[in-house]
Design a protein around this ligand. Structure first.
Ligand code: G1P
Length: 292
């Protein structure tokens, strides 16, 4: 059973400036909950008990979010804010969270390589820290179940518009049972005309530990970064790797438009605000120039 997960969260978040200048983009809230908390909750709901976050400069807020804050807890206790107090304690007890620093931002492949000592010689999950996937069954668990059957690397796949493939790693492969693909190649951010398919890697992976050695032999690729996709491409030349078209809805928080959409989407799920949000939007759509 897979117990360890790696969450890379070291990148600068250049697509999210100025907000990400002095705070991690992974701490941006969806309504009132930081994106990275959703990611950790998915890992925990999948049975992960040990999480390694790969962080870098300016990411201290992530550490603090998963640490206990006794002053805050005392304050909440004194004010009898029981619900908030329980929430704060729950967050710091979600899992055993460890941190490692990616000292130079050399790409996702290099970030994963930073996890090699912690992970050791066992398969592990990877959840990108800026992607939320909403699903009945946590996507990491969907991948873990598929991994139990095939015992080889398993990546989450999503069909995307051909015009958007250049934002993603893309696979080529064939469907060997409903939703499971035997992969024969990986390409990082291809142009639509060169893409081997429209099946994009969706930010969740189960990897076997030999990925580390392969990353160490992987050259700089797209955007002059060491790409995880390139390392997987090397590995797939040697042996079987699989992709799973997961059941769920992915929200990529790394871009502004999807971030706004995701906030509205989650706000509309909240009983304490959905009616007011709907009314506000209806007013805007009807041309009301003072909808507040
Ligand atoms: C990374 C990966 C890419 C993957 C994507 C999913 O790219 O390199 O293969 O499809 O995440 O979000 P990034 O979004 O960090 O540029």
């Amino acid at each position: 059973m897979i117990k360890k997960a790696v969450i890379p969260a070291a990148g600068f978040g250049t697509r999210f400036l100025p907000a990400a200048k002095s705070q991690p983009k992974e701490m941006l809230p969806i309504v009132d909950t930081p994106v990275i908390q959703f990611v950790v909750e998915e890992a925990v709901a999948s049975g992960i008990t040990d999480i390694l976050m790969v962080i870098g400069k300016g990411k201290r807020a992530i550490e603090e979010h998963f640490d206990r804050n006794f002053e805050l807890e005392n304050e909440l206790e004194e004010k009898n804010k029981v619900e908030e107090l329980n929430l704060m304690r729950r967050i710091s007890n979600l899992a055993e969270v460890h941190f490692v620093w990616q000292k130079e931002l050399k790409g996702l492949g290099d970030a994963i390589y930073c996890a090699r000592h912690h992970v050791g010689d066992e398969p592990f999950a990877v959840l990108l820290g800026d992607t939320i996937i909403e699903s009945e069954n946590p996507v990491t668990l969907q991948l873990m179940k598929a991994f139990e059957r095939y015992r080889e690397c398993m990546v989450a796949l999503e069909e995307v518009d051909r015009a958007k493939v250049e934002r993603y790693g893309v696979i080529s492969g064939r469907e060997i049972e409903p939703s499971v693909f035997l992969i024969d190649d990986f390409v990082e951010k291809p142009s639509p005309k060169d893409a081997p398919s429209n099946l994009a890697i969706a930010g969740r992976y189960i990897l076997t530990p030999d990925i580390f050695d392969t990353i160490s032999k992987t050259d700089y690729g797209k955007n002059n970064e060491i790409q995880l996709t390139d390392a997987m491409r090397k590995l797939v030349a040697e042996r079987a790797m699989y992709g799973l078209k997961f059941k769920g809805r992915r929200h990529d928080i790394g871009n502004k438009l999807d971030f706004i959409r995701t906030n509205i989407w989650y706000a509309l799920k909240r009983d304490d605000m959905k009616d007011e949000i709907k009314e506000f939007m209806a007013r805007i759509l009807s041309g009301d120039d003072s909808p507040f």
